[in-house]
Design a protein around this ligand. Structure first.
Ligand SMILES: [Zn+2]
Length: 220
């Protein structure tokens, strides 16, 4: 035991791995904790068993303690190192020695949002729709997951990709009438035809800029 953090990790591993994996019963658990307390917590590895002290501390008789010492030894939790005149001396093993190091779960890899194709898969298409608040990015008409389209801000024919920085949710009308018009020009057209107010138009331009800058990340 070198640092407080190591100690806390060991305590958690005893509780989370050692006890369930080795199926320690209640007596074995009480005895293991007692022995851990009188070895590793004192900076030692070995201790001489005092049956009287154990009975006083955890209420387990000598007969029961003897039986649990044997089962703990069979499970590898302790090792009997001496049974001479001085009494039974045991060393107490730690979870990592018995079970090996903790392995990290394989699915803990973080998602790289920059590498995701938001056009191709339904789950990512809907993440774009949610980012837009279920509204058409251009005219603000309400959309539903059953009735919407995705539009490329920079058309694919001009080198636009399927990144969340270039894909927005749109109604079918905007999607088909925008064609190769730039997003900014198309928004201006919606302003002139009265489908966007001045304020909405300004807000759309801000949103457009934020999306291009990668500031509006969909929740994936
Ligand atoms: Zn629209």
């Amino acid at each position: 035991m070198h640092t407080e953090q190591m100690l806390l990790t060991t305590l958690a591993e005893i509780s989370d791995r050692l006890i369930p994996q080795l199926r320690l019963d209640t007596y074995e658990q009480a005895l293991y904790w007692y022995l851990f307390r009188h070895t590793h917590l004192l900076g030692a590895v070995e201790t001489t068993i005092s049956y009287a002290a154990i009975e006083k501390a955890i209420g387990v008789t000598k007969t029961a303690t003897t039986r649990r010492l044997r089962s703990l030894a069979e499970k590898g939790c302790i090792r009997v190192v001496d049974t001479g005149w001085g009494g039974t001396k045991v060393s107490v093993s730690l979870p990592e020695e018995m079970l090996g190091p903790v392995t990290a779960p394989h699915d803990a890899q973080p998602v790289d949002i920059e590498a995701i194709d938001f056009f191709g898969q339904a789950q990512y298409r809907e993440a774009i729709l949610r980012r837009e608040g279920n509204s058409c990015f251009f005219c603000l008409k309400k959309l539903s997951p059953e009735n919407y389209a995705l539009d490329h801000l920079v058309p694919q024919s001009d080198g636009g990709n399927d990144s969340y920085r270039n894909v927005v949710a749109a109604c079918h009308s905007c999607n088909s009438s925008k064609n190769a018009t730039s997003a900014e020009d198309f928004l201006r057209r919606l302003l002139r035809s009265g489908r966007l107010s001045d304020l909405e138009f300004e807000q759309r331009l801000l949103a457009l800029d934020a999306i291009k800058q990668g500031e509006l990340k969909p929740d994936v």
